[in-house]
Design a protein around this ligand. Sequence first.
Ligand SMILES: Cc1cc2nc3c(=O)[nH]c(=O)nc-3n(C[C@H](O)[C@H](O)[C@H](O)COP(=O)(O)OP(=O)(O)OC[C@H]3O[C@@H](n4cnc5c(N)ncnc54)[C@H](O)[C@@H]3O)c2cc1C
Length: 423
Amino acid sequence: MRVIVMGAGIMGVSTAWFLLNEGHEVTVIDRQRDAALETSFANGAQISVSFCEPWANAGAPLKILKWLMRDDSPLLFRPHWDVHQWRWGLSFLAQCNTPAFERNVAQLVALGRYSHETLKNLVATTGIEYHRLERGILHFFSTPEGFKAEVKAAEIMARHGVVRQVLSTEQVLSVEPALRPFADRMFGGIYTPSDESGDACAFTQALARHCEIRGAKFLYGRNIVSLEAKDQALVSVTVRDELPGQRQVVRGDAFVAALGSFTAPLLRPLGIRLNIYPAKGYSATLRLKRPETASMVSMIDDDRKIAISRLGDHVRIAGTAEMAGYDTSLNSPTARVRCAALVNRYEELFPGVADTSEPHFWAGLRPSTPSNIPYIGRSRLGNLWINAGHGTLGWTHGAGSGRALAELISGHKPNLAFCFMGH
Ligand SMILES: Cc1cc2nc3c(=O)[nH]c(=O)nc-3n(C[C@H](O)[C@H](O)[C@H](O)COP(=O)(O)OP(=O)(O)OC[C@H]3O[C@@H](n4cnc5c(N)ncnc54)[C@H](O)[C@@H]3O)c2cc1C
């Protein structure tokens, strides 16, 4: 079958790889000049199978209400006159209860495990290098209340088979000695040794090259402007070439929409309504001045809800979420506050370790669903498949989502307990 994959982020590229494995002819289209230049570019770098709770839980509405007025809050909801934003917000509230939480966690854990296995096999097969560190993820706490709440969360996750080690501050320091300067302000930690970290962009770009070697065609610099359907099937995709400004029609037997946050608006004219809304997040990447004293274990600073991951001789600090539309600019007052907060916190935790004078700031749009469950499967147009809406966990779930969708397209049932769209 000739399959057209729309989007060359982690979802599109991993789907392309597994479609090639299934013997299909693959063309990938993206508006950027290379793979992984939008949301998969500079994320928190964590393969976080064991820390996968959805945002929506019984306590979330009160917490978010308290954060509403703070520019530096971890989750910021900026109401717009946008029916899609309000629809998303109301659906999110409907997920804020314990039965929905338990249901969603079970699916996220299943997808996470499947994806982790898939990623390991993929790395073993291809030998891709992406600053991978198999050292687990360590959450550390600055308040006893925060620690207590997460110990409770660890008990809940244990029911789903997720192993989290509860650590004293001394034990935290033996896992990650680089945290010693912060020890007197720390109240324990939670450690998941089986998690890992690595550069999603480096991985995705390398995988795209491997796909090309195996015969996939990549049409970069092509902006998809419309999708043409006939008789309950998608027939073609119209793209505009950014340079000469020409239009081109790309035809295929099957199509995959893996366009991150832009999947929902692009499919809307076809009557396909996906509840995906962008949650803007930021990262700062700093060069390490003293790499020998910098952390190696990927971490979450629970107080600030930020991820800190070592990537070779750099460190990435990422986090915060803003539900405020599709803007990725870095120069608004809120963006400036948020970017500065990432660097300042790193310096507070690890004084003098990184060069904070030339941070590389970035913002990306997490393609978020109210339940955190992505759309993977078939749309109501029989030959249009979807792999989008992975929110905070797209890097973690990338390899597995790509494999599962390629299996579905090829008529096989993926071996995991997950509610696939249209199945
Ligand atoms: C601050 C931050 C930190 C994060 N940290 C982590 C983490 O630690 N672990 C984790 O698992 N996940 C993390 N994530 C989430 C993860 O990065 C995303 O879920 C994932 O990158 C989404 O991948 P995607 O392929 O769906 O989207 P994208 O990477 O955005 O890919 C979509 C592609 O579609 C293309 N496209 C869109 N519209 C068009 C169009 N009209 N025409 C042509 N091409 C188009 C884009 O150019 C893009 O390449 C983080 C996200 C953010 C923002």
